[in-house]
Design a protein around this ligand. Structure first.
Ligand code: SF4
Length: 417
């Protein structure tokens, strides 16, 4: 690409997706507005998020999926998402204790014709067929729909144990009954192993897994994604921001100055780091969609702008993300629970607790962190303070100060609960 062309592309990206230009760029965003950066003298093209094939399902899904926990007062966000082509909607029976599913149900009651154009995903955190049936029926009722397009078992970390022949039979019956179209699972830890195992099963239609600029470069994850793509499994990335809290990690002695400088540098390029992180993931065509929590119009529009912009992030930007990932590694748990949990005498779900820390310190979602933390048995909470994490810290590929992170997170959640 010539220097001039590169500059033009950069400017267009800034206009479409940049932090400074975002407000004005998105003020014009509507389903009939021409895409910014396109030839405005030609026929206006609908400004809708592009789609990608979802594995071998035969369905094309929007490359941006509406996730997170919206409530009934957020119908405008649902409607705008729909209008912008964000028609893959992700929820779970547990999100907001059913609040999110009820909000979707309210939307479909108000706009029943939209249901046919939404690719609806929900999840249940069980492998027990009877409980799956109960939870599926509840979700259908809450969402005011006769079927769910893709139904997940939530938070699978051991495919062999959780995706049993009974579950396979259950999924086949639910499909035959017309209650679900496709079946799969979500994976927050041991992702690579779970994906590799799922690729061999032959009956998994889709997987949503943690996947971002930190994880996508590891050999394990590359192999796992390739295996699933080869097996025709549709893949959705989540946790694409892979944030870390500089303040928190500084408080336990991690060096964050360099990381902060890198963030500033990134922002100075003219677009937000958040948008660049999305684009880095979309550059892998094997990822059908990114599921993103979009609790308000600002985030929705920023993400849509990033999806619409066709400029590829530069090699330097990728390098910057890579450097940022390396310098902030001790502030991001990659979910390889088998490594650290087997190196501690007590039975402590380190990876789950790291997730609490992430929600609390990085996402500022104390309610979610507390919900996860409070679900832990009391003896596990006590043992967190007794355990010796020396070996776990030695083996941790991210070099996380596991003991300090867990203890401070637990103290904080218990003190303020
Ligand atoms: S604490 Fe370290 S070893 Fe344990 S799951 Fe997280 S990244 Fe992996």
């Amino acid at each position: 690409m010539s220097g001039r062309k590169r500059n033009i592309s950069r400017r267009n990206f800034i206009k479409t997706a940049g932090a400074a230009g975002l407000g004005t760029a998105l003020a014009t965003l509507s389903p009939v507005a021409p895409a910014l950066g396109s030839n405005t003298g030609r026929t206006a093209e609908p400004m809708t998020v592009p789609t990608r094939p979802f594995g071998k399902t035969g369905v094309d899904v929007s490359m941006l999926a509406l996730g997170g926990e919206l409530s009934a007062s957020d119908l405008l966000v649902f409607k705008q998402a729909f209008k912008m082509g964000v028609t893959y909607w992700d929820t779970a029976d547990s999100y907001g204790w059913g609040k999110n599913e009820k909000a979707i149900g309210k939307y479909f009651a108000k706009f029943p014709r939209d249901r046919a154009n939404v690719f609806l995903v929900s999840k249940a955190g069980t492998s027990d067929p009877q409980k799956l049936t109960e939870k599926l029926n509840t979700s259908l009722q809450r969402m005011n729909t006769s079927h769910i397009d893709l139904y997940f078992i939530h938070y699978v970390s051991n495919v062999e144990k959780e995706l049993t022949d009974e579950v396979r039979a259950w999924a086949a019956k639910a499909k035959a009954d017309g209650k679900i179209r496709f079946f799969g699972f979500s994976a927050h830890k041991n992702m690579a192993n779970s994906l590799l195992a799922a690729a061999k099963l032959g009956w998994i239609d889709g997987i949503m897994m943690s996947y971002n600029y930190r994880l996508m470069v590891t050999e394990n994850m590359k192999r796992a994604v390739d295996a699933c793509a080869g097996a025709g499994i549709g893949l959705t990335a989540m946790k694409t921001q892979a944030n870390f809290s500089a303040n928190f990690y500084a408080s336990i002695g991690s060096k964050t100055d360099e990381a902060l400088k890198m963030t500033e540098n990134f922002i100075s390029k003219g677009y937000t780091a958040e948008q660049a992180k999305l684009k880095a993931v979309w550059e892998n065509p094997k990822i059908a969609s990114i599921c993103s929590a979009m609790p308000n119009m600002t985030i929705l529009q920023a993400n849509v702008a990033a999806a619409l912009n066709k400029t590829k992030i530069s090699g330097n930007d990728k390098l910057r993300l890579d450097q940022y990932a390396r310098h902030t590694a001790p502030g991001y748990c990659t979910g390889c629970a088998d490594i650290c949990e087997s190196a501690v005498d007590f039975d402590i779900p380190i990876s789950d607790l790291m997730r609490c820390a992430m929600y609390h310190h990085s996402y500022g979602d104390r309610e979610k962190a507390l919900a996860l933390f409070n679900a832990l048995p009391p003896d596990i909470k006590k043992n967190i303070f007794k355990a010796d994490y020396t070996q776990a810290e030695k083996y941790c590929p991210q070099k996380i100060q596991i003991g300090k992170v867990l203890q401070q997170t637990c103290e904080d959640l218990q003190r303020r609960a």
